[in-house]
Design a protein around this ligand. Structure first.
Ligand code: ADP
Ligand code: MG
Length: 246
């Protein structure tokens, strides 16, 4: 028997109502993602990418359709089970990092564990371990102001990892980074994917989408194309790139 897909969307629609106006942000979307995949989603601004990510991460509910996460229908979950699922299964990474200012990298990374009621000693140990995993051992006490953009995004990825998620949802994770730093961050994301975490990433840069092994293009709330591809290797690309000028 084939393994259960991690994500199975069937006939998913999302309509926003603002006064008299209805916006059909997603229209009858079918999408299945297997556990072993790293998926990139591309599409013009306003095509429904963030709406799709919010639904996948259970931050919002569809207007209609079915979302099975690891075989469980999300719509039938009680509020409590839904927030437990969010805390244990998903890691979120955003374009703007969304770190808390004047707060150490360690405390930023440990924050999701506060919501998950993990005791303080274990929080610190796991945050430290997550920071080491993204190459920031020794930077635990640095605040955002003391870190580069790439390092801040690594802190944000460590925060996404600290719950040991099965799915990482990244919305424009390299949107605020230069090319070389973007490829470095993608190298990290590829290594997490290789370690067994499913990745769904929104990007508007074809060069970044090239690091995924599947590319879905959305347009006007519908899936326009869906193709597997041979991913570029970020570590190899990085080795071939010129060093940043000092
Ligand atoms: P993308 O991320 O691809 O730029 P979005 O998913 O953010 O697109 O938006 C898709 C459509 O839904 C757009 O027309 C947008 O204006 C609309 N939209 C998104 N969020 C809301 C909301 N909370 N209320 C009303 N309309 C929204
Ligand atoms: Mg968006």
């Amino acid at each position: 028997m084939a393994a259960e897909p991690i994500i199975r969307l069937a006939g998913i629609s999302k309509t926003y109502k603002t006064g008299e106006i209805e916006v059909h942000a997603l229209v009858d979307v079918d999408l299945t993602v297997e556990k072993i995949e790293m998926l990139a989603i591309m599409g013009p601004s306003g095509s429904g990418k963030s709406t799709l990510m919010n639904l996948l991460g259970c931050l919002d509910q569809p207007t209609s359709g079915s979302y099975l996460f690891e075989g469980r229908e999300v719509a039938t979950l009680q509020k409590r089970d839904l927030s437990a699922l969010r805390l244990s299964a998903f890691g979120f990474v955003f374009q703007g990092f969304q770190l808390i200012a004047r707060t150490s990298a360690l405390d930023n990374v440990a924050l999701p564990l506060v919501y998950a009621d993990v005791p303080v000693e274990e929080r610190r140990a796991r945050a430290k371990e997550a920071l080491a995993r993204v190459g920031l051992a020794g930077r635990e006490d640095h605040t955002s102001a003391q870190l580069s953009g790439g390092q801040q995004q690594r802190v944000a990825i460590a925060r996404a990892l600290v719950n040991r998620p099965r799915l990482i949802l990244a919305d424009e994770p390299t949107g605020a980074l230069d090319t070389r730093t973007s490829v470095e961050v993608l190298g990290l994301v590829q290594s997490l994917h290789k370690s067994g975490i499913t990745v769904v990433m929104v990007t508007h840069e074809p060069d970044i989408a090239a690091y995924a092994d599947r590319l879905v293009v959305v347009r006007d709330g519908r899936i326009q194309s869906d193709k597997t591809q041979v991913p570029h290797d970020a570590v190899a690309d990085l080795a071939a790139m010129p060093e940043k000028a000092a």
